[in-house]
Ligand binder design. Structure first.
Ligand SMILES: *Cc1c(COP(=O)(O)O)cnc(C)c1O
Length: 484
């Protein structure tokens, strides 16, 4: 196959990508296709003889785009953002070309070494304590995981190994199985579903604790649960502190949970998947006060820091618990420089890993800290702008304090009304939101997602939200009249 032929394909694709993103506003954010739409559009079998790349490119528009939910449209307000930037896309092309599998230092020294340094850069940008950074010369350091879910599981498994070692020393009569059977972990009932899942995958009990009326998990709630469990003969070993919950972007009280975890010897993991990016701005760091008490910290540059999926940044004060817990050492993976740099295979679940540090390097260099801060500030500003529009319309209420790029709101009235309301909004397909529910109150979440979002886009979304409200409230009136 001729390199030259595909060079043209590559160049065309770059142009296509740029025009897709620059004109994304014009596409309907939600597709109109039905399940099974795609199969009839393509042949039953792979072609025997090669297709022309021009035909493939054409089919992207015909076959793929009709079934794409456009996450980078400024009309996309669902979930949390997923990052996207040209420097990160370009870095992924290079990563695809090098295509090394960086499981050990020798498997591609640049892959490991750039990751170590990038995680130090990033940690310093967030103001993380030196103990988490490799440059401190201590045990600490960072690693790029695929997702926050993996980071939580990895932290839990490290904590499990540590608790097992400690308990075996304290209670030599207990078997490993007995100890593991008695381990108990804690997280807010509003923590991400991946936290509960880490408990299931890790084979340990995970207790969901009720947060306070502001949706923050408090120190006394955790301490009470730990004391109960100790009295019942259980072994508390791990807690997750969420900074920026998925439902409503609430921040657990790290300043309270940290001291409790330290006192009772629990591994404290911080899940700041979305909100962690905001800590590049010093004015938001008060929300992570007490971070020095944690054992591991994780956030997703792939959510809000312009680095395309997948790039989940995790720091550990003492990775030796993972390295020891996950260490299997077949001869074919051994090398002579073992120990002088991290062999990241011991820090993660899979063996294989891509060269993901490249996209951090490109994004951090080509934006600079200053523009990344500006990005965060702009998006938070847009959230406050939307909040102000909602507050001026007394048919609506804001249900959660707006701190980051997420606004939680609802129509005053019943859950049923709001359920019908969001269904209608998404049905019209011009904007896309998802709901959530806390303590039986159903509400809508509007997240500022696309990096292309401007004030005018918020006006468009607000207009759509208002018009749909007019429709549903009028309808409701009619229905009420009919009932009478
Ligand atoms: C998005 C999110 C996650 C899951 O992130 P993945 O990287 O997709 O696993 C976990 N926790 C919180 C608080 C999140 O917002």
């Amino acid at each position: 196959m001729e390199a030259n032929q595909f060079k043209d394909f590559g160049k065309e694709m770059i142009d296509y990508v740029a025009s897709y993103l620059e004109n994304i506003r014009e596409r309907r954010v939600l597709p109109t296709v039905e399940p099974g739409y795609l199969r009839p559009l393509i042949p039953e079998n792979a072609p025997e003889k090669p297709d022309k790349w021009q035909d493939v490119l054409q089919d992207v528009e015909k076959v793929i785009m009709p079934g794409v939910t456009h996450w980078h449209s400024p009309r996309f307000h669902a979930y949390f953002p997923t990052a996207n930037s040209y420097p990160a896309i370009v870095a992924d092309i290079l990563s695809g070309a090098i295509a090394c599998i960086g499981f050990t230092w020798i498997a591609s020294p640049a892959c490991t070494e750039l990751e170590v340094v990038m995680m130090d850069w990033l940690g310093q940008m967030l103001g993380l304590p030196e103990e988490f950074l490799a440059r401190s010369g201590g045990r600490g350091g960072g690693v790029i995981q695929g997702t926050a879910s993996e980071a939580t599981l990895v932290a839990l498994l490290g904590a499990k190994a540590k608790a097992l070692a400690r308990t075996k020393k304290e209670k030599p009569h207990m078997s490993d199985a007995e100890i593991v059977g008695n381990l108990v972990a804690y997280a807010s009932a509003q923590s991400h579903s991946s936290v509960e899942r880490a408990g299931l995958l890790g084979g340990v009990r995970m207790r969901a604790l009720e947060p306070d009326e502001n949706n923050k998990l408090r120190g006394d709630t955790l301490e009470k649960a730990i004391k109960e469990d100790l009295e019942a003969g259980l072994i508390p070993f791990f807690a997750v502190n969420t900074l920026g919950t998925t439902s409503s972007c609430a921040f657990d009280r790290l300043d309270e949970l940290g001291p409790v975890c330290n006192e009772y010897n629990l591994w404290l993991h911080i899940d700041a998947a979305y909100a962690g990016s905001a800590f590049v701005c010093p004015e938001y760091r008060y929300l992570m006060a007490g971070v020095e008490k944690a054992d591991s910290f994780n956030f997703n540059p792939h959510k809000w820091l312009l680095v395309n999926f997948d790039c989940s940044a995790m720091w550990l004060k003492d990775p030796s618990w993972l390295v020891n817990a996950f260490n299997v050492d077949p001869l074919y993976l051994k090398h002579e420089q073992q120990g002088s740099a991290p062999d990241y295979r011991h820090w993660q679940i899979p063996l294989g890993r891509r060269f993901r540090a490249l996209k951090l390097w490109f994004v951090l260099r080509l934006y600079g800290v200053e523009n990344l801060q500006a990005h965060i500030r702009k998006q938070i500003g847009l959230a406050h702008y939307f909040e102000s529009l909602v507050r001026c319309d007394d048919r609506f209420e804001i249900t959660e304090e707006v701190l980051m790029g997420l606004v939680c709101f609802r129509l005053k009235g019943t859950n049923e009304l709001n359920e019908a309301y969001i269904k209608r909004i998404n049905g019209r397909g011009l904007i896309h939101l998802v709901p959530s529910k806390i303590r039986d109150v159903f509400f809508l979440r509007l997240a500022i997602c696309s990096r292309f979002t401007e004030k005018g886009d918020i006006d468009v979304s607000w207009k759509e939200i208002k018009e749909t409200a007019n429709e549903i409230l009028n309808n409701n009136l009619c229905n009420n009249h009919n009932h009478k």
